[in-house]
Design a protein around this ligand. Structure first.
Ligand code: MN
Length: 298
């Protein structure tokens, strides 16, 4: 089991690696002051790590490094055009997900959320989703290598539960801030008024959805690229066998209504034959569009 300090080490390394691998042309397009501030903070952070500084200090410094890294991304986004698409981000290796550092101190959200909750929630709960997802990915990789898919249902469930847990918490930490509250402005505010009537009505709907999640789960505001509207959804547990924050590219309907008239109970036959009608150019098109969304890798 890695210590929190090790996690910081790995995180700093991955940031540095991602920076090193950025295309020179892209680097030159970023505001020089941002680059200097980023490089300075990265260096400072690595020194602190070597000195085995306290976790509290690391937490604060990670937060400022995180924000400059964020600025780099934003700056690339605003210059991007097609340029960004040709710049590979470091993908997360199979079984290589990491706990992202909290972008503020554990006590930063007090009095609304106690430091004790934040520490436990982040260090223990989120970490266990990261570990569980890594394990599931490794086991599924092994199944692909050996051809033994006997436990595939189990590992798919584990990947969905822990993957959704990891991705949702990664969004959740950043969805909150010690300087938060109030109402949104700009484009989002406009869209909320358009889709829910008013901010108050949105807030009421979202709160009711959250209150009424059966057992455990989430309330989630989503953007639907399909309907071009915002919507509010609930997730029971984290997933119900999906992972939030992923984009479907290729889907196969295995409800009986999709094959029963022709195949009866031979689902296997239906699946085998289905591969003959897959429209790969369409899948490729969805893939290219999906790749335009680029979150920071964790
Ligand atoms: Mn949680």
């Amino acid at each position: 089991m890695e210590t929190y300090q090790d996690q910081f080490n790995v995180w700093a390394e991955s940031v540095e690696k991602a920076w090193d691998q950025l295309d020179e042309k892209v680097k030159q397009s970023i505001d020089e002051r941002i680059v200097q501030s980023f490089e300075g903070k990265l260096l400072g952070f690595k020194e602190l790590l070597e000195q085995r500084t306290s976790i509290e200090t690391l937490q604060i410094e990670a937060q400022t490094l995180y924000h400059t890294w964020e600025e780099i991304y934003q700056s690339m986004d605003s210059n991007r055009g097609n340029q960004m698409n040709s710049t590979p981000l470091q993908p997360v290796p199979i079984g290589g997900h990491r706990l992202p550092p909290l972008p503020y101190r554990y006590d930063a959200l007090e009095p609304y959320i106690a430091a004790e909750i934040m520490r436990l929630h982040h260090q223990e709960h989120h970490q266990s989703y990261v570990d569980g997802l890594n394990k599931a990915e490794k086991m599924m990789e092994q199944a692909r290598k050996t051809g033994d898919f006997n436990l595939i249902k189990h590992w798919e469930r584990e990947a969905a539960f822990n993957g959704a847990g990891h991705y949702l918490h990664t969004i959740f930490w950043n969805n909150m801030s010690p300087k938060g509250g109030g109402e949104p402005v700009g484009e989002l505010a406009h869209q909320i008024r358009k889709d829910f009537g008013s901010f108050q009505q949105f807030k009421k709907h979202f709160s009711e959805a959250a209150k009424n999640v059966e057992a455990v789960g989430w309330a989630i505001l989503v953007w639907s690229p399909r309907s071009h509207r915002l919507e509010i959804l609930q997730a029971e547990k984290h997933q119900n066998l999906s992972q939030w924050d992923v984009i479907p590219l290729l889907v196969l309907d295995v409800w009986e209504h999709a094959y029963y008239l022709q195949y009866k109970n031979e689902r296997k036959e239906y699946i085998k034959n289905w591969w003959n009608v897959v429209n790969w150019p369409d899948v490729n098109d969805r893939f290219k569009k999906a790749k335009e969304l680029r979150w920071r890798p964790y």
